[in-house]
Write a protein that binds this ligand. Structure first.
Ligand code: MG
Length: 399
């Protein structure tokens, strides 16, 4: 007969054995950092102007000194507070049980955090736990997610924001051409100034890059349904690969209507959170392409599930990616693991978003820097995310 005390001893022995077999130690320290950079030249899009970049990074350190890095997308100082909120739930826990830890954080914030900053904080911590898990098991995150299906991902250039200048259309065309010269086979430009100016800018960019480069437009939900329909009709002839966030992310029915009335594929989802939010997006048939942000929508743990769900609805997924090399690396690993549907001998190469606006927090904090060759980026091979934060550089940018 096994008594309670004997059962406790067996459980304790099992835990020690597991710990020795799997080589983990417990989470000892969690530090959130807000890094900041004042831009040399401000730029803007349909909603506001950027004159500074602010990003929240998180480092989780174990008792044995192993550490992992994560990043949250959104207002950095508030995300840092969110991380402080979740910290007590993670300290002393086994980092290999990352999905259990995700659930703990989710349940602790469910009553008041089903969208927004709490989820960016969970996402940052989740990405750091995946980095840690990979380092502990000596495997890249893509392998832990189920396997690498491709070693290189097609990068599309995100740029062509608005700036105060004369002849904006020509400035955007010049910028677009420079991306083409760098080998990019796809790129995305901003619209949302006014229908008239947008048409002029799209026409100039298309003329500059020709028709062998994919061109996407993004209004950051600047338009009413009527305006979006008008713009679609005017720019359809320029072969637009997708129109991103044409409408407010709250207008699911209008997204569906727009999809029915234009030949341009409709993309959205960078303001959507969790599998529950994306389920609504998919059931309402709002988008052709879903764009969850790994550093906001729930981390690698949740976005893998969102990707699986998208597949059941026949929706393509191209994650929204913005920030440092941590966010880029997390996206590369997940996209490397995607199943492309429908399956066929030569499936299309999935894409990753690569922001090319001025951002030393992306270019100088993280090593190695991602290199785009012939429009493709290699998925890191090293354990975890396969990138490191230069902590000397980090100090220079701390807020
Ligand atoms: Mg966007």
């Amino acid at each position: 007969m096994i008594t309670d005390s004997k059962a406790q001893i067996i459980a304790a022995e099992l835990e020690i054995k597991n710990s020795e077999t799997l080589g983990y130690t417990k989470i000892k320290k969690i530090e959130a950092f807000v890094v900041s950079h004042q831009l040399e030249q401000s730029f803007y899009f349909s909603q506001w102007e950027y004159d500074r970049r602010l990003i929240c990074l998180v480092k989780i350190t174990l008792e044995d000194g192993t550490y992992g890095w994560g990043e949250g997308y959104g207002p950095a100082k508030v995300i840092k507070e969110g991380i402080e909120f979740f910290k007590p739930l993670l300290i002393g826990q086994n980092p290999l049980e990352n999905e259990n830890l995700w659930q703990k954080m989710y349940l602790r914030s469910l009553d008041y955090g089903r969208r927004g900053i709490f989820l960016s904080a969970i996402s940052a911590l989740d990405v750091a736990l995946w980095d840690l898990k990979g380092k502990l098991l000596n495997l890249p995150v893509s392998v832990l997610l189920g396997g690498r299906k491709r070693e290189k991902i097609k990068a599309y250039a995100t740029g062509m924001y608005f700036s105060k200048c004369n002849n904006l259309d020509q400035k955007l065309a010049k910028e677009a051409y420079s991306y083409k010269k760098r080998g990019f086979k796809a790129m995305k430009m901003k619209v949302g100034l006014s229908i008239k100016e947008d048409i002029k800018n799209v026409e100039a960019v298309r003329e500059a890059i020709g028709y062998d480069v994919e061109l996407m437009i993004d209004s950051n939900h600047a338009f009413s349904l009527k305006e979006a329909l008008h713009l679609c009709r005017k720019v359809e002839k320029f072969e637009i690969n997708w129109f991103e966030e044409p409408l407010s992310p709250e207008e699911y029915d209008n997204y569906f209507y727009l999809r029915q009335n234009t030949s341009i594929p409709i993309a959205g989802g960078e303001c959507e959170y969790l599998r529950y939010g994306f389920l609504h997006l998919f059931q309402s048939k709002s988008v052709d392409i879903a764009q969850p942000d790994i550093c906001a929508a729930g981390g690698l743990t949740e976005v893998k599930k969102i990707g699986c769900m998208a597949q059941t609805f026949g929706v393509e997924v191209v994650p929204h990616t913005w920030g440092t090399g941590i966010a880029v690396s997390a996206a590369l690993h997940l996209i490397s693991n995607w199943d492309i549907t429908p399956g066929r001998l030569h499936t299309p190469v999935p894409m990753i978003e690569l922001d090319l606006t001025e951002n030393p927090l992306r270019d100088e904090l993280i090593t190695p820097c991602f290199v785009v060759e012939d429009g493709m980026i290699e998925v890191p091979h090293k354990p975890g995310l396969g990138v490191e934060v230069d902590e000397i550089e980090l100090k220079k940018y701390l807020l």
